[in-house]
Design a protein around this ligand. Structure first.
Ligand code: PMP
Length: 306
């Protein structure tokens, strides 16, 4: 993966090689950082790069920062402006991934959240597919459980919590799967390692509610809206049992990196007919138009950079 040329670091855009932290940095030692992950999509016809729903992503980042007792004067507007400036400096004319990070910057020992200095960095890199088999993923049910809101809140995009996601993803890949679904402590399906989950059952698109230890995905929210408004398919947020994903008609995962990834097998059982279903296929087409600014009704979901 190519490194970026620049980074927003300590209040200014600097060469990426200068955006460095010391090994004692609090966030590096204790996972006390909150991050975001956005995509920018290149539209070749308009020669324009569109950032997908930056205000929603930055609102979630500010909420995650609040959970970690961080102080900041930034707003979703200021963060969007900095991001646009950074991308213009990189002069990207391709699909990209943007990684803002708010972190506890003190270089000292001591596990706590308060009384520490908070910093912000942002970088952007060229980016393609995250899940290689995004039309026919084979997933397993992880033996790990999802972090609970009473331990590390999953609704915050908190760096330390991603040790949980990394355990889930590595075991899944080493066992030959593309991804894994993870259950809550109570045994309901919550999400994937870094993506939300949807299943189609009896004509209803179902996804776990935000109180099931999921990250409150921006793609999830967008898919819920697109499904009911554009496809006329009813949506429901409710608990999902493990065995429901074995017998449902369609299954797919959503996320900024994963976009809309169709799942066609769960633990060696075919989902529906064993190929990507019509709802996932239609949503993928729609989503691709929306994120590239090609759907007039959803033009306010994308922010032009140039
Ligand atoms: N769940 C987790 C744990 C994630 O890391 C992500 C990726 N940000 C998602 C779900 C999907 O969220 P979004 O659609 O906002 O990228």
């Amino acid at each position: 993966m190519a490194l970026p040329k620049f980074a927003y670091f300590k209040g200014e855009i600097v060469p990426y090689s200068e955006a460095k932290v010391g090994v004692l940095t609090h966030a590096l030692n204790y996972g006390t950082a909150a991050f975001a992950g956005l995509r920018g999509y290149w539209n070749a016809d308009e020669k324009q790069l569109f950032i997908f729903r930056p205000h929603e992503h930055f609102k979630r980042l500010l909420n995650s920062a609040k959970i970690l007792c961080m102080q900041t004067d930034h707003t979703t507007e200021s963060l969007t402006e900095i991001t646009k400036e950074l991308i213009r400096k990189e002069a990207y004319r391709e699909d990209i991934y943007i990684r803002p990070l708010m972190y506890k910057a003190d270089e000292k020992i001591g596990v706590k959240l308060h009384g520490l200095k908070d910093e912000l960095s942002i970088v952007a890199i060229p980016f393609g597919l995250y899940v290689a088999n995004d039309t026919n993923a084979h997933v397993t049910v992880s033996s790990w459980r999802r972090v609970d809101d009473t331990a590390i809140p999953a609704r915050g995009k908190i760096a330390g919590a991603y040790a949980n996601s990394a355990l889930i993803k590595t075991d899944a890949e080493r066992a030959g799967f593309d991804e894994a679904l993870v259950l809550t402590g109570e045994g309901h399906v919550s999400e994937g390692s870094a993506m939300n989950l949807f299943m189609l059952r009896d004509g209803v698109l179902v996804t776990p509610p935000v109180t099931e230890n999921i990250l409150e995905g921006i793609t999830r929210r967008s898919v819920l809206e697109l499904t009911s408004r554009e496809l006329g398919v009813p949506v429901e947020e409710r608990l999902i049992d493990r065995t429901e994903v074995y017998i449902c008609d369609e299954l797919f995962m959503t996320g900024t990196a994963a976009q809309i990834t169709a799942v066609t097998r769960v633990d060696y059982r075919p989902v529906g007919s064993g190929v990507m279903g019509p709802i996932a296929a239609r949503l993928r087409e729609l989503f691709n138009d929306v994120v590239r600014g090609k759907a007039p009704a959803y033009r306010d979901w994308v922010e032009p950079v140039y």
